[in-house]
Write a protein that binds this ligand. Structure first.
Ligand code: ADP
Length: 415
C-alpha cells in the first residue's frame, strides 16, 4: 500500500511516500519511496524533492497557497520523468496521513478523517492557533484534490500523552479553570516518543507492560517523556511546547511572573513577551549567537566562547533535572533513550547529560557513545551502568504511515 504522509506548517509542506502494509509493518520492511519539502508557501517558494536513492530535484517558484503546493507535488509525483517505483498516477496512492499538532482532550489516537473529525480539529484551533490551521490547510487541500475515495487519517502529536494521569497533566490552578478552558498539560512530540518506545521494545524484546524508560527528543524543539508500563506517564512540554527543557529558541520552564514583570519593564505587549520567550530565548538567548547546537559546540571548541558554553551547560543541566525527576516519579527506569537532531548526533551532549548521574547508577560507555552518530541505533551504556542508555533515531513519518495503514485497514496496535 502506498501512503503519502503530510506534515504542514503555516508556510511549509513536507511529505513522504512510504510503501507499507500489515506484513511490511510486522517485518519492519516499510520502504520510503520519495520525500519532499516546500518552504515559503505564499511567496517565492523553495522546493526540494527526492526519489529514494536518486539525487534531489530543486526549484524556486511562486506557489500561492497549500492547494497550489499540493498540486505541484502531485504534478511531480505523477510526472513520467520522476519515476517513483510503483507510482505512475494518482491511483497508485492508496491512503493519506496528516500530522495534526493538537488533538485536545478529544483525540486519543489516530483517526480516519471525516467531517466530524475536521470539526474536532477546528475546535482545537484555540489551543494551537499557529499549528492546527496549518495542518487543516493540508487536509482541506488533499480532500479537494484527491477526492473522497482516498482515505485520509489524522495523527496527533498530543495523542500519545493522553494516558498521563491527572496528577501529571493538571496544573495546580483552580480546578474550575481547567474545566472551563481545558488549561492543562497536553505534551507534544508524542509520535516521536511513541516510536522511540516501540523501537526500545523491539531492541530489548520487552512487552509494553515491562517498558519503564525516559525518552529524550532533543532537537531544535526538545522534550522528555517518562514512559511507564509502555504509556506516557509525564512529559516536559505542557499546555504549549514552550514548557520544559531549554530549547533552540524557547526558554522552557520559567516562573510565569517574569511575563508580567517583563511586559511592565519593557512596555511590551503579552504577544511581544511571548515572542521573546518562544523565539529569542533558549540556547540562542543565552549564547547570543545561534540556536544551532552544532555551531554552539564549534564556538566553544574554536573560540572558547563563554556564553556558548553556558548555553550548552544549561541545556544539559535541564535534561539532567528531568531525568532525575522522572526516575523518581516512576520509581523505575530501565533505560534512557536519546533521539532527534542533537540526541542522535552529539556524543558530547549525551556525555555531558549522563555525567555525574552516579546517584542513579548511570554510566555511559565513551567509545560506544562516540560511535553512535549519523542515524545509528545502538546501546551506548557501560556494562556496569544500572540504567541502560540507547541512541534511537526517531522516524515520525514512518509512524504516520503505519498509523494510516492501521486505521484504514482496521489493524490492531503494535505489540
Ligand atoms: P527539529 O526537528 O526540532 O527542528 P532536529 O531534530 O532536526 O530539530 O534537530 C536540530 C538540532 O540538532 C540543531 O540544533 C542541530 O544543530 C542539532 N544537530 C544536528 N547534528 C548535530 C551534531 N552532529 N552535533 C550537535 N548537534 C547537532
Amino acid at each position: 500500500m502506498n501512503v503519502i504522509v503530510f506534515n504542514c506548517g503555516s508556510s511549509s509542506m513536507k511529505f513522504q511516500i512510504i510503501d507499507t502494509d500489515k506484513e511490511k509493518i510486522e517485518q519492519n520492511k516499510d520502504r520510503q519511496l520519495a520525500k519532499g519539502l516546500i518552504e515559503r508557501i505564499g511567496s517565492q517558494s523553495l522546493i526540494s524533492f527526492q526519489v529514494e536513492g536518486k539525487s534531489s530535484f530543486k526549484e524556486a517558484l511562486p506557489l500561492r497557497d497549500h492547494r497550489a503546493a499540493l498540486n505541484y507535488i502531485i504534478k511531480w509525483i505523477t510526472s513520467p520523468e520522476t519515476e517513483i517505483p510503483g507510482i505512475r498516477g494518482l491511483e497508485d496512492i492508496h491512503a493519506i496521513g496528516h500530522r495534526v499538532v493538537h488533538g485536545g482532550e478529544k483525540f486519543k489516537e489516530s483517526i480516519r478523517i471525516d467531517n466530524d473529525v475536521i470539526q474536532g480539529i477546528e475546535d482545537c484551533i484555540d489551543l494551537a492557533p499557529l499549528h492546527n490551521p496549518a495542518n487543516l490547510k493540508g487536509i482541506y487541500a488533499a480532500r479537494e484534490i484527491f477526492g473522497p475515495s482516498i482515505p485520509q487519517v489524522a495523527i496527533f502529536d498530543t495523542a500519545f500523552h493522553s494516558t498521563m494521569p491527572e496528577t501529571n497533566y493538571l496544573y495546580a490552578i483552580p480546578y474550575q479553570i481547567y474545566r472551563r478552558y481545558k488549561i492543562r498539560k497536553y505534551g507534544f512530540h508524542g509520535t516521536s516518543h511513541r516510536y522511540i518506545s516501540f523501537r526500545y521494545r523491539v531492541l530489548t524484546n520487552k512487552t509494553r507492560e515491562e517498558t519503564n524508560i525516559i525518552t529524550l527528543h532533543l532537537g531544535n524543539g526538545s522534550s522528555a517523556c517518562a514512559i511507564k508500563n509502555g504509556k506516557s506517564f509525564a512529559t516536559s512540554m505542557g499546555f504549549t511546547p514552550l514548557e520544559g527543557l531549554v530549547m533552540g529558541t524557547r526558554c522552557g520552564d520559567i516562573d510565569p511572573t517574569v511575563i508580567e514583570y517583563l511586559a511592565h519593564k519593557e512596555g511590551a505587549t503579552i504577544d511581544e513577551v511571548f515572542s521573546i520567550l518562544n523565539k529569542r530565548s533558549g540556547v540562542l538567548g543565552i549564547s547570543g549567537l545561534t540556536n544551532d547546537m552544532r555551531d554552539l559546540i564549534a564556538e566553544v571548541e574554536e573560540h572558547q566562547d563563554r556564553r556558548a558554553q553556558l548555553a550548552i551547560d544549561m541545556f544539559c543541566e535541564r535534561v539532567k533535572k528531568y531525568i532525575g525527576a522522572y526516575a523518581a516519579a516512576m520509581n523505575a527506569c530501565d533505560a534512557i533513550c536519546f533521539s532527534a537532531g542533537i540526541g542522535e548526533n552529539s556524543p558530547l551532549i549525551r556525555e555531558k547529560i549522563c555525567e555525574n548521574l552516579d546517584i542513579l547508577g548511570i554510566k555511559i560507555d565513551k567509545k560506544l557513545n562516540n560511535q553512535a552518530v549519523g542515524g545509528k541505533e545502538m546501546k551506548i551504556s557501560h556494562k556496569e551502568s544500572k540504567i541502560e542508555i540507547y541512541v534511537i533515531p526517531t522516524n515520525e513519518e514512518l509512524v504516520f504511515a503505519r498509523d494510516t495503514v492501521r486505521v484504514v485497514m482496521n489493524l490492531p496496535k503494535s505489540k
